[in-house]
Design a protein around this ligand. Structure first.
Ligand SMILES: Nc1ncnc2c1ncn2[C@@H]1O[C@H](COP(=O)(O)OP(=O)(O)O)[C@@H](O)[C@H]1O
Ligand SMILES: Cc1ncsc1CCOP(=O)(O)O
Ligand SMILES: [Mg+2]
Length: 280
């Protein structure tokens, strides 16, 4: 990992160049609904993908990958072991974990696993606004009623309303939080940046958020958590803006989107990324 350049755009293009040059592996435990899109997006962005369910396979992947992605979307009994085991192994290896707490609040197992991840925390949390607020409450970082959490997997809150939650989580994990929506917000302990672009059609394709987490893990293998979260968010926004021009609806949007992720080079990504610094 080379030293990060000063400007945000330069950091993004350097991260994209490193991904393209090294094809980093980011292993995943992710949900059954969107696993194929996660892997395809990771490959299109320039990385390498491998998905597992079982604890011993997850542990093996944490050893060989540059980063690891955990998404809580469709939990199975084996995840009660495999996810905390992977998180602890990554903590001990000082290798980045990216977490998508999708479906937080549904049932008991998600809550149990998230309690365990409090002690082996991710470097990046990638989520929508409602998930950020619910996670901050669950980890005791924000006042509020835990029972008033998300309904299902889609956001009911505005990204702006999740800003305090995102910053609280970023400080707690000493990493980055990427909250997605019409405008994305990427927070570190001391910085908040908004990322503009994308398409409303991104809400009509399942797995856009999940696959963004997988791509953030690819970037996290080559750069610091904040730059990785920002590069992935910008890559998605630029690809979404482009894909909208070439599609007839959600199905052809998904195809055009993966093509765009692949086609966008590091310089184009930096040139087309629309970023707004909102505080340090
Ligand atoms: N209304 C929108 N306009 C533009 N981009 C959007 C919009 N809603 C979501 N996106 C983009 O879609 C991707 C997934 O975000 P989101 O739908 O919020 O995640 P999730 O599927 O986890 O709820 C992100 O890249 C985000 O920026
Ligand atoms: C529909 C659904 N149900 C459980 S996980 C999942 C996928 C959610 O994907 P995303 O959060 O990326 O839209
Ligand atoms: Mg989601």
């Amino acid at each position: 990992m080379s030293e990060a350049p000063a400007t945000l755009h330069a950091r993004i293009s350097q991260a994209a160049r490193e991904v393209r040059a090294t094809c980093p592996l980011a292993g995943s435990i992710t949900n059954a609904v969107t696993v194929n899109l996660v892997a395809n997006a990771q490959l299109a962005a320039g990385g390498s993908a491998a998905m597992v369910y079982l604890a011993d396979e997850a542990l093996a992947l944490t050893q060989v990958g540059g980063a690891f992605y955990v998404n809580l979307g469709t939990l199975l009994p084996c995840h009660a072991q495999s996810i905390p085991a992977a998180a602890r192994a990554l903590r001990d290896l000082a290798r980045p974990l990216v977490l998508d707490p999708v479906g937080i609040g549904l049932g008991e197992l998600r809550g149990q696993i998230l309690d365990e991840l409090r002690d082996a925390p991710p470097a990046i949390v990638r989520c929508n606004a409602s998930e950020a607020i619910a996670l901050a409450r669950q980890w005791g970082l924000l006042e509020g009623d835990e029972a008033q959490g998300p309904r299902g997997v889609d956001a009911q809150d505005a990204v702006d309303d999740a800003r305090a939650a995102a910053q609280a989580i970023a400080r707690f994990i000493d990493g980055a939080v990427a909250v997605s929506g019409e405008t994305d917000l990427v927070a570190s302990a001391d910085r908040v940046v908004e990322v503009e672009g994308g398409s409303p059609l991104m809400t009509k394709v399942t797995g856009m958020g999940c696959s963004l987490g997988g791509v953030a893990a690819v970037y996290a293998a080559v750069t610091d958590p904040f730059t990785a979260a920002l590069a992935a968010a910008a890559h998605y926004k630029v690809a979404g803006t482009r894909a909208q021009r070439d599609c007839a609806g959600p199905a052809s949007f998904q195809l055009a989107f993966v093509d765009a992720l692949h086609a966008i080079g590091p310089d184009e990504l930096a040139a087309e990324a629309v970023l707004r610094e909102r505080g340090r």
